[in-house]
Design a protein around this ligand. Structure first.
Ligand code: R1P
Ligand code: URA
Length: 235
């Protein structure tokens, strides 16, 4: 039995959603799954299995940041999970983005140390599984949900000390900043599993001011993202 995800092989479905926030994991399971069973509570990293439209699926919190996410992803792989879709929040980096927008990541620049350690410091481009990206775009169209598809960046830092960092990322065409996708995509490649990531824009910087989504709008956006993610991983 893994140390942090206290379950046995078969407890988790082959397909698993991966939010950072444990309470989002619980909300997703309670709101969208049938036949829900809690599979993990260790360290408050909540995990659940159930069904969506009759198909087995799980949701597991990764915690915040790549070191925590890497532990959880490694243990999910040990437990037999083969497809992981991160369902997270992010800071929007492009000027035309608004709170609640949905982003599908193609790649995640590794502005973190964990992903770099995994590839022994060699250059590597953490990339989402094409099949999951393709399915996400297809399902978004089918469900009538507008999405932005493109590169994101995974940072070790939420409270960025460099006031110019967001501008530089933005000018390179990066859509959003979050904190776990780079290691998820790197482990997807190293462990041979499918890894994808979709994000709600929860923060934007407008005229130098950091603005946060309201709780009500966050709930609506989580519902939209979760519905899409569940259709994708169970397709
Ligand atoms: O909302 P989640 O999935 O936790 O994702 C984002 O939110 C956290 C920071 O507030 C980081 O984990 C970041 O990646
Ligand atoms: O990493 C993150 C997540 C949400 N919002 C941000 O600004 N950064």
């Amino acid at each position: 039995m893994p140390i942090h995800v206290r379950a046995t092989p078969g407890d988790y479905a082959g397909a698993c959603l991966l939010p950072g926030d444990p309470l989002r994991a619980r909300y997703i399971a309670e709101t969208f799954f049938d036949d829900v069973v809690q599979r993990n509570g260790e360290r408050g990293m909540l995990g659940y299995s159930g069904t969506f439209n009759g198909k087995p699926v799980s949701v597991q919190s990764s915690g915040m940041g790549c070191p925590s996410a890497a532990i959880v992803i490694e243990e999910l792989v040990q437990l037999g999970v083969e497809k992981i879709m991160r369902v997270g929040t992010c800071g929007g980096l492009q000027p035309d983005m608004t709170m609640g927008d949905l982003v599908i990541a193609l790649s995640a620049t590794a502005a973190d140390a964990t992903s770099t350690h995994y590839v022994l410091g060699e250059p590597h481009a953490p990339t989402a599984d094409f099949g999951l990206v393709h399915e996400a775009v297809h399902q978004a169209k089918h469900l009538g949900k507008p999405v932005r598809v493109g590169p994101i960046v995974s940072s070790d830092i939420f409270y960025q000390p460099d006031p110019d960092q967001a501008r530089r990322w933005s000018e390179r065409g990066i859509l959003a900043v979050e904190m776990e996708a780079a290691v998820l995509f790197t482990l997807g490649a190293l462990r041979g599993i499918q890894a994808g990531c979709m994000l709600i824009v929860s923060d934007v910087i407008v005229e130098g001011e950091f603005l946060r989504i309201s709780d009500e709008d966050m709930r609506k956006a989580v519902d939209e993202m979760t519905e899409l993610a569940l259709h994708v991983v169970t397709a």
